[in-house]
Design a protein around this ligand. Structure first.
Ligand code: HEM
Ligand SMILES: [Ca+2]
Length: 688
């Protein structure tokens, strides 16, 4: 019950939090240039401001009244929010500090038209069209799965040392937890001994990364002035939004004592725990192609004939160049690129995938225009975008997922595409948001699949040199090799050669050289350490706490792990952790024995299966679905997708190199078939 007195207490805490945050306004931006791949956009920065005020106000309230006050305090916020939405409708904005805090989202940056203001989710647009941001996908709760919205937590709660936001740092038996880098050194070093997957190619790795870049972009915290935080010191002098990782003495690669890491941006919207957010639309809707903010979508469109922008000066197609990408390490004229997702140039092998999707979009746009010369740019764009997303979703559920999740998991979560009919499982009560466990741990399994070398192959399948992952992070050079066919040899290499086995071992590029400046050994970070530390940062529970959810027996001592871990891995864990209750989720996942018929253990498989179920049944526009009051594909169109779409065909069509390709696209040993024998959709079927 909200009384005047509690309202006063809460308002007082918020005002004090605001004061303390504005008092502490020292510039935290660094002088040295640091690569920030998880760069926060303007909307996320506003979310951080609100989040930090609430974090501080929570601390003040808890100090004085204990945790029990939080539910009531949150009722006060809800009351204010309702009042605020009334106030913004009457044109007299109140000037109280309280309203600064809850300044409604999506009011800023309208100049750049990045985020459209709230609209009526039942209007014509939202009946026929998936918004770029994902807003109004769920009509009852328009922000669910929207860009710049909170992650979901599988256990409904978070694991922090103080119950609020302080990272777990102590073992259950009181000693300090091992440093994330120490864990990485002891458990995840492949010692340059490459163990390849017997059946899964490197393309499966890169498509996994493309999926990740569609559904999750967790921005890093920024300095108070909006600039980059310098988190390269591990002492208490660092910002509270830093979580630098202590490097053990005698580290095999790093010679310094601290590995930089910035905490995920806190976008908490209530009193209580820190809350990481997703800055991309959480849905599987080709955000890497079309963007997750309206201004991002504008930056990739040509606004002619429904097509996307490209760069064609070299005689082959690339995405448009980005002349001022702050992360790009290669110099003009070898610019990095502008795509729907900011991380497109993170390493050179992502660009071939981006390019194939752009080329496919433009090819379909040409077909539509030829058949319907009077359609507008906007009409062609939206129709082709809808078909492209349908193709993509079909490829993910029909081809990508079955490669590594066992059939039983796929069946339990209802992920198999239907052979005929339509899917009637759309549920307004299904939260489609990405789970913290999926983003922070389970779906990062793909880092284990990445090779340190990316071998190129000529059209005839002969070696054409390779590039080195550690050497090429945020360098675009490799995609400018016009003399050997541009990006095509990179793609050809991924299609025809194996990925690394998905196990606990990671390549040197991943484990030592992420964001390394060329020629400066040790100037980068270890992605495995970051993944482990990220889990603590996000408040993921230790591995054993998820066992019940996954349907596994409880664990009280190391020996109890023996149903899901090999003896060798149990021994390895004993050498690192003093108690099984401390095992970080990411580590547990990467050391579990794979399930029969799959590549991953029960915990990762569960978390990934659960997420793809949420992305299917919680997406009003899912390609197989009918949903009330929504113009989705009709029966005939769905059939056209399910009978005629394959990733193999999309690759073939958009590469000069390919006239034969794997019959099983993710298996490099599979029979080679003629591209011309693969089916293609008939665009006429989509022109109503
Ligand atoms: C060469 C290949 C790859 C590189 C260099 C790479 C690099 C990175 C980096 C630097 C991050 C940010 C880590 C952080 O600050 O927390 C990241 C996050 C992530 N990666 Fe990868 N990655 C690669 C492949 C993959 C693959 C194959 C998958 C999945 C199958 C994947 C899934 C993810 C996920 C889910 C995240 C979290 C994203 C977010 O928090 O926004 N990555 N990766
Ligand atoms: Ca998306």
């Amino acid at each position: 019950e909200v009384t005047e007195e509690t309202e006063k207490i809460v308002e007082d805490a918020v005002l004090r939090a605001l004061d303390s945050i504005s008092a502490n306004s020292e510039k935290e931006a660094t002088s040295e240039h640091l690569i920030v791949s998880q760069q926060a956009n303007s909307e996320s920065k506003i979310a951080q401001f609100t989040g930090e005020v609430l974090e501080e106000a929570t601390r003040i309230l808890v100090e004085e009244f204990g945790m029990d006050i939080l539910p009531v305090a949150n009722e006060v916020i809800n009351k204010w929010r309702n009042e605020e939405s009334v106030e913004t409708e009457t044109t007299t904005p109140s000037r109280s500090k309280r309203n600064v805090v809850f300044r409604s989202k999506r009011q800023t940056d309208r100049r750049r038209r990045c985020f459209s203001p709230p609209t009526d989710c039942n209007n014509r647009f939202h009946t026929s069209t998936r918004a770029i941001t994902g807003i109004c996908n769920n009509r009852q709760n328009s922000d669910l799965g929207n860009s710049v919205s909170p992650l979901r937590r599988l256990l409904g709660a978070a694991s922090y040392a103080d119950g609020l936001g302080r990272m777990r740092f102590r073992s259950v038996n009181g000693v300090d937890l091992p440093s994330a880098r120490l864990i990485s050194n002891l458990l995840h070093d492949d010692r340059n001994n490459q163990v390849f997957s017997p059946s899964i190619n490197h393309l499966h790795m890169i498509i996994g990364q493309f999926i990740a870049h569609d559904v999750i972009f967790m921005p890093s915290s920024v300095a108070r002035d909006g600039g980059t935080l310098d988190c390269s010191i591990c002492t208490a002098r660092a910002s509270p939004n830093c979580a630098g990782i202590p490097i053990p003495r005698n580290d095999p690669y790093f010679k310094t004592s601290c590995m930089r890491m910035t905490r995920a941006l806190n976008g908490q919207e209530n009193f209580g725990v820190r809350t990481p957010i997703g800055q991309n639309s959480h849905f599987l809707d080709l955000s890497p192609v079309y963007g997750s903010a309206d201004c991002e979508a504008e930056s990739v469109r040509s606004f002619r004939d429904g097509k996307l922008l490209t760069f064609d000066d070299l005689g082959y197609t690339l995405p448009p160049q980005n002349l001022n990408d702050s992360n790009c390490q290669s110099s003009a004229p070898l610019h990095c690129f502008t795509c729907g997702d900011f991380r497109n140039s993170l390493h050179p092998a992502l660009i071939p995938v981006h390019t194939i999707f752009i080329k496919e979009h433009n090819r379909l746009a040409d077909e539509v225009r030829a058949a319907r010369p009077r359609m507008s740019d906007e009409q062609i764009f939206q129709l082709v975008r809808k078909i492209m997303i349908a193709k993509w979703q079909h490829i993910v559920y029909n081809e990508y997922i079955p490669k590594y999740l066992p059939r039983r998991i796929i069946r339990n979560f209802g992920l198999t595409p239907m052979r005929n009919g339509v899917h009637r499982g759309y549920s307004t009560s299904q939260d489609p948001s990405i789970s913290a466990e999926f983003a922070g741990a389970a779906f990062r399994f793909g880092h284990s699949q990445a090779r340190f070398d990316f071998p190129r192959l000529t059209e005839a399948g002969r070696p054409a040199g390779n590039f080195d992952l550690g050497h090429d992070i945020f360098y675009a050079d490799q995609n400018y090799l016009a003399g050997i066919g541009g990006w095509e040899p990179i793609m050809n290499g991924m299609v025809r050669l194996p990925a690394m086995k998905s196990d606990r071992y990671f390549s040197s590029g991943i484990r030592n050289q992420m964001f390394e400046i060329r020629g400066r050994n040790g100037s980068g970070v270890d992605l495995v350490s970051i993944n482990i530390q990220r889990g603590r940062d996000m408040g993921l529970f230790p591995y054993v706490q998820y066992r019940q959810l996954v349907g596994l027996p409880q664990v009280t001592n190391f020996a109890d792990l023996n149903t899901t871990f090999s003896q060798e891995n149990i021994q390895a864990l004993r050498n690192v952790y003093s108690d099984p209750a401390d095992i970080d989720l990411y580590v547990g996942i990467m050391l579990e024995e794979p399930l029969a018929g799959g590549q991953l253990g029960p915990t990762a498989s569960f978390m990934i299966g659960e997420q793809f179920k949420a992305l299917k049944t919680g997406d009003r526009f899912f390609y197989e679905s009918i949903a009330q009051g929504t113009d989705n594909l009709n029966q005939e169109e769905i059939n056209e997708i399910r009978e005629n779409v394959s990733l193999a065909k999309m690759i073939c069509t958009n590469m000069e190199f390919a006239d034969r390709i794997n019959s099983d696209i993710f298996d490099h040993r599979s029979r080679q078939v003629a591209c011309s024998s693969l089916r293609e959709i008939n665009i006429e079927k989509f022109l109503r």
